[in-house]
Design a protein around this ligand. Structure first.
Ligand SMILES: Nc1ncnc2c1ncn2[C@@H]1O[C@H](COP(=O)(O)OP(=O)(O)OP(=O)(O)O)[C@@H](O)[C@H]1O
Length: 447
């Protein structure tokens, strides 16, 4: 009777030798053998994307190796698991060997050297995005084109995007990779018109193997830029070049994004990244602490991870604060020191009461509308909802009276504020996109 453990260990050894470190971490480390019954080997994987990848690319090895080891035909069966990943911290720390030319080209492509697959912690909220990123890095331009990451602030979209760039350069040091924010794309385009350098603009953007454009929600109001991006997209896509995009929301939720762009973005794969669970947050902090050679007890890491739950940038910021506090006091990092340093921070926050204006500005920025419209009388849906949300947040997050809030919204009656507050409260009970939007705005306000 063949032993499942034995077969799996042999397989793992083979995959470890034949796959790159990020691939091994993404596919093999995330899979668990469950049973071997009548030569059916059942393997649990985290998502449909993992299942598809295993079936397409990795299962032949199982059949081959299974036959070698047992003399019978083993059939792999993949099931998708729903529970949380166990022991994330056990992800192996295999450092890829990176050549000088790859490093040089990563720099040229404006990729952040810290944002690699190796430094990325895989957790429940990002494992599908991570797997898709890896597929695209290893096989650009074919499987998921474009690849579209969306999700809240500070959850690792940019990190993954850069990791794709680095990995592609590791696989092919001469690949042309270009990373830009949507603002840079827009500015480059406007400058090219002003300076009559449209041809070199096109050369620069259409001659790449991988184009990474970050935060495309900022294309919202820019008609001309969208037009140009449409042509850039078509040219790259038709040549089989890979495009990766990020945004804080799905393409069809970006206001004023041209329908033809929305439909093109849907040709590939859109994956969301959701806030990390506690285990993932602890694993991220541990990884960061190790990278900085910081001695921090496990219970202290758990404490910090318990304090900040929705934004990894803030989580990293908390660790930096704790570290700075320890240096200032010349003490070791302990849970009580961490609590002290984060408490100081919170009380500073409490004194800095949010103003109605800062809420209004954040809401305008988020929905790409003008402050005068938010405070005005227009009754179109694209303005009314943000106005109601801004009123709701002013009531929830500040101590201002209803008449004062009404006054700050162009002299509206306090009953309008009450009505808006109730309306949004009702929507929040059932409407998940409103829940997300309000969360994102709140996160933006606390940054
Ligand atoms: N899974 C992860 N493992 C390790 N670090 C992470 C992970 N996710 C995010 N980070 C870190 O958190 C910080 C914020 O991530 P990033 O800038 O990629 O977020 P984002 O989703 O692009 O945010 P924004 O919407 O503001 O552009 C970065 O320093 C990044 O390295």
């Amino acid at each position: 009777m063949a032993d499942i453990k034995y077969i799996w260990n042999e397989l793992v050894a083979i995959y470890r030798d034949s796959l790159t470190a990020p691939s091994f971490n993404a596919w093999i480390e995330q899979a668990t053998p469950i049973s071997l019954i009548n030569n059916d080997l059942t393997i649990e994987v985290p998502s449909a994307l993992h299942k598809e990848y295993w079936e397409k690319n990795l299962s032949t090895k199982i059949v081959e190796t299974g036959f070698k080891l047992t003399g019978s035909e083993i059939t792999p069966i993949f099931t998708i698991k729903n529970d949380i990943i166990e022991d994330i911290s056990a992800q192996p720390k295999m450092e890829p060997i990176i050549s000088d030319i790859t490093k040089e080209n990563s720099k040229k492509a404006l990729l952040n050297p810290k944002y690699t697959f190796d430094t990325f912690v895989i957790g429940k909220g990002n494992q599908m995005a991570h797997a898709a990123a890896l597929v695209v890095a290893d096989d650009p331009g074919s499987t998921y084109n474009p690849l579209f990451f969306y999700g809240g602030v500070g959850l690792g979209k940019t990190h993954l995007m850069h990791a794709i760039g680095h990995q592609m350069l590791i696989n092919n040091p001469n690949a042309k990779v270009k990373y830009v924010s949507s603002e840079t794309f827009a500015n480059d385009f406007i400058n090219s018109i002003q300076n009559r350098t449209s041809e070199s603009f096109r050369q620069e953007y259409r001659n790449v193997d991988l184009l990474l454009v970050d935060d495309i929600q900022f294309f919202a109001d820019k008609e001309g830029t969208q037009e140009e991006f449409f042509h850039t997209f078509n040219s790259l896509y038709n040549d089989g070049r890979q495009i990766v995009l990020t945004s804080d929301r799905l393409p069809n939720e970006i206001p004023k994004l041209q329908e033809r762009l929305v439909s093109r973005f849907a040709w590939g794969l859109s994956v969301d990244i959701t806030p990390p669970d506690l285990e993932t947050r602890i694993a991220i902090l541990r990884k960061k602490a190790n990278a900085e050679h910081l001695e921090i007890p496990d219970d202290t890491l758990s404490y910090i991870a318990g304090q900040i739950d929705s934004n990894i940038r803030e989580l990293e910021g908390a660790l930096v604060r704790v570290q700075a506090f320890a240096t200032m006091k010349n003490e070791d990092i302990t849970t009580s020191l961490a609590a002290d340093s984060l408490k100081t921070l919170r009380s500073v926050g409490a004194n800095n009461q949010l103003s109605i204006l800062s809420i209004q500005e954040k809401v305008c920025e988020y929905y790409h509308i003008q402050l005068k419209d938010l405070k005005g009388k227009k009754r179109v849906k694209t303005i009314v909802l943000p106005r109601q949300i801004a009123m709701y947040l002013s009531r929830e997050l500040t101590d201002n009276s209803l008449p004062k809030i009404g006054a700050e919204f162009g002299g509206k009656d306090h009953t309008t504020v009450i009505h808006s507050h109730e309306k949004i409260q009702q929507l929040l009970e059932t409407d998940t996109s409103i829940q997300k939007e309000i969360n994102d705005i709140k996160n933006g306000l606390s940054n």
